[in-house]
Design a protein around this ligand. Structure first.
Ligand code: SAM
Length: 174
């Protein structure tokens, strides 16, 4: 898979702060390169940058990013997650490993223009649920979960273990 970016449309800083934070964290953990959020939100940016600073990788966040411009300037395929879209398994057959993808997730009602601009409107089941769940399932299916335990070279590294918590704090190893 080439590059994966996320575009979050309709973010309302007061109402959606937790959900958009979790959209960004799920995107980072599951292998996206970064997230564009349409409304300005400096607190959201600080939170996500702080996680990346501690846990590693080069995930980026840009808020106040005009969604129409992002979509129109994107040279790869635009995938819009919506419960009205085609079945996820059918949609994935139209994506090749060389494709750069911009994956759009909504908050409130998504403008019709997004459905038209999208190369693929994809559903993750035909029931309404959550942008976090839809994004996580889609990314996992798309990448086969390859980013889940990838090396991020962070200051903190969590060592998977059956019981307890194992965390290596590399900032204390100087
Ligand atoms: N009411 C809004 C509308 O009509 O567009 C959608 C609200 S929903 C909580 C927010 C976002 O979750 C949607 O824009 C979509 O990206 C995602 N979503 C929810 N259910 C989905 C599903 N079954 N498949 C794919 N995406 C879904």
């Amino acid at each position: 898979m080439s590059g994966i970016w996320i575009l979050r449309i309709g973010h309302r800083p007061e109402r959606d702060k937790r959900v958009t934070t979790h959209v960004a964290l799920a995107a980072r953990a599951l292998g996206a390169k970064g997230i564009y959020v349409d409304s300005p939100d400096s607190k959201l940016e600080d939170n996500i940058r702080s996680v990346t600073e501690r846990f590693g990788g080069d995930f980026f966040i840009e808020t106040g990013s005009p969604w129409r411009q992002r979509l129109n300037q994107f040279p790869g395929k635009v995938v819009h997650l919506t419960m009205y879209g085609s079945r996820v398994d059918d949609a994935l057959e139209k994506v090749s490993p060389d494709d750069d993808l911009m994956i759009v997730v909504g908050a409130e009602k998504v403008p019709a223009e997004v459905y038209q601009r999208a190369d693929i409107n994809v559903s993750v089941g035909n029931q309404p649920h959550s942008e976090i769940a839809a994004l996580a399932i889609f990314l996992d299916r798309l990448t086969g979960g390859e980013a889940l335990y990838s090396e991020r070279h962070g200051k903190l590294e969590v060592i998977p273990t059956e019981r307890g918590k194992r965390v290596v704090d590399l900032s204390r190893c100087d």
